[in-house]
Write a protein of this length. Structure first.
Length: 141
């Protein structure tokens, strides 16, 4: 029961302007959410495409367009807790941090090796990944 209350509070927090959405706006939010959801699903199988940021964007889009899809993401057995933890507390669980770090550590060097980018592209990628990992590890557990 407490979990249901948390989900309702989450829905209210994300859906700040429930009465202001015209049909066109709701359709655009829905389309954006579906695109983000597809990108998240693709990212689950492609190591260099992130999953969680697209899930968070999809959640925000669905909060403004589809109560059913929004509730589905918030109660999803695999991703619901992660999404709620992020929206409510800005928290990333430690196992997720470890997994992301491991995936980046293993796949990025392989991708760089096989694609053979120029040194400045390699440096730019390294800088972006260092900042991304710093951001992830600076969030509360």
């Amino acid at each position: 029961m407490n979990n249901e209350k948390g989900i309702e509070e989450e829905a209210q927090m994300l859906n700040r302007y429930p009465g202001n959405h015209t049909t066109l706006k709701r359709l655009l939010w829905l389309l954006g959410g579906l695109i983000c959801l597809v990108l998240a699903l693709v990212g689950a199988f492609l190591p260099l495409l992130p999953t969680v940021p697209f899930l968070l964007l999809a959640t925000a889009c669905f909060a403004r367009s589809s109560e059913r899809l929004h509730r589905w993401l918030l109660t999803h057995p695999r991703f619901g807790n992660l999404i709620r933890a992020w929206h409510q507390e800005g928290r990333i669980p430690r196992p997720v941090k470890r997994r992301v770090t491991g995936i980046v550590t293993l796949t990025v060097p392989l991708a760089l090796y096989f694609s053979r980018p120029s040194p400045w592209v390699w440096g730019l990628i390294a800088i972006v990944l260092i900042f991304a990992l710093h951001f992830i590890w600076s969030r509360p557990d």
